[in-house]
Design a protein around this ligand. Sequence first.
Ligand code: NAP
Length: 293
Amino acid sequence: MSGTAVNISGKTRLFGILGYPVEHSVSPGVHNAAFRHLELDMVYLPLPVKPDDLGQAVAGMVALGFVGANVTIPHKEAIIPLLDELAVEARLIGAVNTLVFREGKVEGHNTDGAGFLAALEKEAGFAPQGKVGTILGAGGAARAVAVALAQAGAREIYIANRTPARAVELATHVQRELGIPCRGLAIAPEDLRPVLRRSDLVVNASPVGMYPHVDDPPLIPTGLLEPGCLACDLIYNPSETAFLRGAHRRGCRTLNGLGMLVYQGALSFELWTGRAAPVEVMRAAALAGLQKC
Ligand code: NAP
């Protein structure tokens, strides 16, 4: 198989991404590139499904013999009651981004947190064990990051959010489930200053700074960051956000969200195929897809 075309045979195995909308997703390009690279007789399709049709869509995928799928906005939480089995990470995060269809049963997994950890370790050489992490934001991505850091043995986790009650709720959940000291707080410089001073890792898990709002100021003044810490933005478009630019000027190491995007896909691929994912092929396809956005 070569070029960008996908070969379809009578035995082609089916995969796809369930979301609404899905037309801007880079996942079809990423997974089809991986299938082509390994010459697997598999195809990955965009599957736009409206919220009211989700149950029918999942039943249809079982009937059609789908092998696996990704799940994205707005279905990541709504899909949980439709599943036969839920993996531990997905239960802890409270959301599913990967389905595995096995013997008529549907399993829900979440590879976002493990993808984040893989990016930290492989691209920044950062191991969270014994470290202090601060997360800005308390939405779905922040949940995955908080659970992942706690599972990886972080010493303390702080979650700062525009709506402090959501940060406190997430911190309470993580501390109760995983036993790691975790505190929720408001995004207020006076509260954040002592927290950031002791943070080895600061993660922007909010959409602030994402294309097209690239000139919006970061959620926190980057002058509060401790020089030498790792500043990570889950945003991958633009590749360098105002937060990362400010962090770099402050003397921090930086990491954008492309690695998390690639590794969560690689981990889904490995769950479905049992093969080592061709990560660099997937990264190149993700970058090519993002350039078209
Ligand atoms: P979400 O569930 O909608 O949560 C958004 C969070 O950001 C909330 O805590 C929200 O605060 C906060 N927020 C939003 N706009 C804000 C603003 N103008 N000022 C202050 N806080 C604001 O979104 P998500 O799914 O977690 O995604 C968050 C970011 O992560 C997005 O940029 C997304 O693209 C990125 N992401 C990247 C990857 C990857 O693979 N790299 C994966 C997932 C997500 P409130 O609670 O106060 O509303």
